[in-house]
Every structure is written in structure tokens, then in C-alpha cells.
Ligand binder design. Structure first.
Ligand code: UDH
Ligand code: NGS
Length: 347
């Protein structure tokens, strides 16, 4: 007699095989359906192996992206006071320098004159704007001295030389306005340092950054016996945050030739309820490269009348009325040079 257990199992065996076969068939159909679906949805001619290869590629790419994201270092904020500062500096203009040398001594400055510290996150993004025409010799010294200083100050910065095209009367303030607009097209700058090309700080503790009030940086020039020529003086080098600059409608566009535009800027700042912040006279010492008056930058006879009316003119003359044409943008290793047509001098 057969073991009843065995008998039982023998009795269900044909049924189980049938069930298994059915399950396999259903599975096969499901897989087939899935592939047919993938084929139609992708709309491409893709075979089984291509499909799996692509899936693998995608999944490894995603892993890489996540890896990159997760290994992206979050830098600490740079300290309020940079540990790299050395204090007073010896500045002289008798040494001969070449741009090639300046380039070699600043290996971390990127094309266009851009730099940011690699170990910490700068608190501000600073565009340095230089009004310019035919002062290449001065620019060399500026780059030679300023790049190392700005790096020691741990700044995230870019250097923009705004070059006035043609030979008509120079317009410093309009070039500075253009620098503001053009620099903002390149990076999210929130601080603007406006510097004459012939002024070099004599102490790296004079930080080229923005403060809660517009900052005058060249407060103690050698040519003025290391002091201010007058209390309201705002010429040479100054720093305004994006908000401060916008609050005064930028700088005037109507000062053609030498003088007065810096006084107009001072008037704008005060009339908007702001005050001037300054370093002390020792920290703020700076040297000017001596030079003769440039051609087409004669004293502007209209300047006294213009600065007497800043409050009336500043809302309609400034960044909101600025017109110009960019003729050329050159990315040099240590600076970006933007050549502009600033239009005709009004008669
Ligand atoms: N600038 C140029 N090219 C020019 C004129 C001016 O690049 O042809 C720029 C340059 O950045 C300069 C700034 O505008 O530093 C201010 O112009 P400036 O240096 O002429 O003004 P500053 O008040 O000198 O420093 C005036 C001439 C003094 C002549 C003294 C003669 N002994
Ligand atoms: C004032 C000018 C300013 C000029 C300053 C210093 O008289 O634009 O001298 O000039 N203001 C007027 O002329 C209204 S400097 O000695 O550097 O040539 O910045």
C-alpha cells in the first residue's frame, strides 16, 4: 500500500506543475509587455541590451552627480580680519616691471583678473573698476601692487579696466558707471571699488571692500602730505555697495574733463542721508604715480555750476540715464578691458 502522504503528494503533483507553468507564462507575458512598452515610449530603435546599457549608464551618472554634490566642500566664511595681512608696504615706481612677471607672481589669478580664496568664502563679491585711457605704464604698477594685496585681503574680486575709446574729452564718472553695469553682467558683485589707475595703497590693512556707509579709501595721499585736501574730498579710490550705489542713482554722466565729479558723488551720498566712512590717516596712506595732465582732460569750466545743483540733477542724471556702446571686451590674464564709446561731448 502506498504511503498516504506520498500518495497525496503524488496526487497534487500534476496540478502544481500546471500552476508553475502558468505563473511562468504570466511572468513572460509581463516582461514582454514591459519591453514593448519601453520600446514604444522611448520612440527609438533600441534593443534589449541597449536598454539595459543605457539604464546602467544613467544610474552611474546619477551616482557621480550625487557623489560630486556630496563631496563639494562647504568652505567656512573668511575671517573678519585676514591673517595674511602684513601692514605697511614699500611702494616705488622706479623699478622696471613687465606684465609677464606680474602674471607669474600671481598664479592664482584667473583670466580676466578674477580671484577668490580657495580656503574660505569671502563675505563680499567685489568688482574693482578703473577709469582708463592711455595709461598702460600706470596700469602695470597697479596690477603689480594690487593683485597680491587683494589676495592677502582674502577678497573674491574681479578687475575691470573701462577704456574710453577715441580722443574726445575724458569722462571719469561715466566710465565708472559703465564699469558698474558691465561688471554686474559677469558676476553677482555686491561691492564696487572705484580706483584711479595711478593710486596704490601703502598698507594692506586698508581693505578694498564695502562698509555700512560709502567708503573713501585714498584718504592720506603722498601728494597732499598724507592728509585730506579738504574734508569733503571723495576722489581717488572709493567703495560703494551695490545698494549704496543704486541709492544715489550711480555717478553723474555730465562731468566732461577734469574735476568736480567726485564732489558731486559726495553731494549725492550726503543728500541720501549717508555719511563717509574712512580708514585712519596711517592705514589710509597711499602713493600716486606722478604724471602730467592728460590731453583732453582739461579742467571742466562747468564743474562749479554742476556741483551746486547735485540735488536737482541727481535723480535724472546717473545710472538711469546712462548710454554707451561696448566696442570690445578683452580678457587679459590679470584684468578685463572693456573699450567703450561714451558718445559725443554735448556742446
Ligand atoms: N585717466 C586716464 N586717462 C586720462 C585721464 C584720466 O586713464 O587721459 C584716469 C586714470 O585712472 C586717472 C583718473 O582717470 O588716475 C583720474 O584722472 P587724473 O589722474 O588726471 O586726475 P588727477 O586729479 O590729476 O589725479 C590731474 C592732473 C594733475 C596734473 C598735475 C601736473 N603737475
Ligand atoms: C578739487 C576738485 C576735485 C579734485 C580735488 C583734488 O578742487 O574734483 O580738487 O584734485 N573739485 C573741483 O574742481 C570742483 S587734485 O589735487 O587731485 O588734482 O579731486
Amino acid at each position: 500500500m502506498k504511503d498516504p502522504l506520498l500518495q497525496g503528494s503524488a496526487a497534487v503533483l500534476p496540478g502544481t506543475s500546471l500552476q508553475k507553468a502558468c505563473k511562468l507564462l504570466v511572468l513572460f507575458c509581463a516582461v514582454h509587455l514591459a519591453f514593448t512598452l519601453v520600446y514604444y515610449v522611448s520612440g527609438r530603435e533600441m534593443n534589449f541590451f541597449q536598454y539595459f546599457y543605457q539604464q546602467r549608464q544613467n544610474s552611474s551618472k546619477n551616482t557621480k552627480e550625487t557623489e560630486l554634490e556630496s563631496t563639494e566642500v562647504v568652505l567656512p566664511d573668511c575671517p573678519e580680519s585676514s591673517p595674511l595681512l602684513v601692514g605697511p608696504l614699500r611702494i616705488e615706481f622706479s623699478i622696471s616691471i613687465s606684465l609677464d612677471e606680474v602674471m607669474k607672481t600671481n598664479p592664482y589669478v584667473k583670466e580676466g583678473g578674477l580671484y577668490k580664496p580657495k580656503d574660505c568664502k569671502s563675505l563680499q563679491k567685489i568688482a574693482l573698476i578703473i577709469p582708463f585711457r592711455k595709461r598702460d605704464e600706470h596700469l602695470k604698477y597697479w596690477l603689480y601692487y594690487l593683485h597680491p594685496i587683494l589676495q592677502r585681503q582674502q577678497l573674491d574680486y574681479g578687475v575691470y579696466v573701462i577704456n574710453q575709446d577715441g580722443d574726445s574729452t575724458f569722462n571719469r564718472a561715466k566710465l565708472l558707471n559703465i564699469g558698474f553695469v558691465e561688471a554686474l553682467k559677469e558676476y553677482d558683485y555686491n561691492c564696487f571699488v572705484f580706483s584711479d589707475v595711478d593710486l596704490i595703497p601703502m598698507d594692506d590693512k586698508n581693505i578694498y571692500k564695502c562698509y555700512s556707509q560709502p567708503r573713501h579709501l585714498s584718504v592720506s595721499m603722498d601728494k597732499f602730505g598724507f592728509g585730506l585736501p579738504y574734508h569733503q574730498y571723495f576722489g581717488g579710490v572709493s567703495a560703494l555697495s551695490k545698494e549704496q550705489f543704486q541709492r544715489i542713482n550711480g555717478f553723474p554722466n555730465k562731468f566732461w574733463g577734469w574735476g568736480g565729479e567726485d564732489d558731486d558723488i559726495y553731494n549725492r551720498i550726503v543728500s541720501r542721508g549717508m555719511s563717509i566712512s574712512r580708514p585712519d590717516a596711517v592705514t589710509g596712506k597711499c602713493k600716486m604715480i606722478r604724471h602730467e595732465r592728460d590731453e583732453k582732460n582739461e579742467p571742466n569750466p562747468k564743474r562749479f555750476d554742476l556741483i551746486a545743483h547735485t540735488r536737482q540733477t541727481m535723480n535724472s542724471d546717473g545710472i538711469n540715464s546712462l548710454t554707451y556702446k561696448v566696442l570690445k571686451t578683452e580678457k587679459h590674464p590679470l584684468y578685463t578691458k572693456i573699450t567703450v564709446d561714451i558718445g559725443p561731448v554735448p556742446s
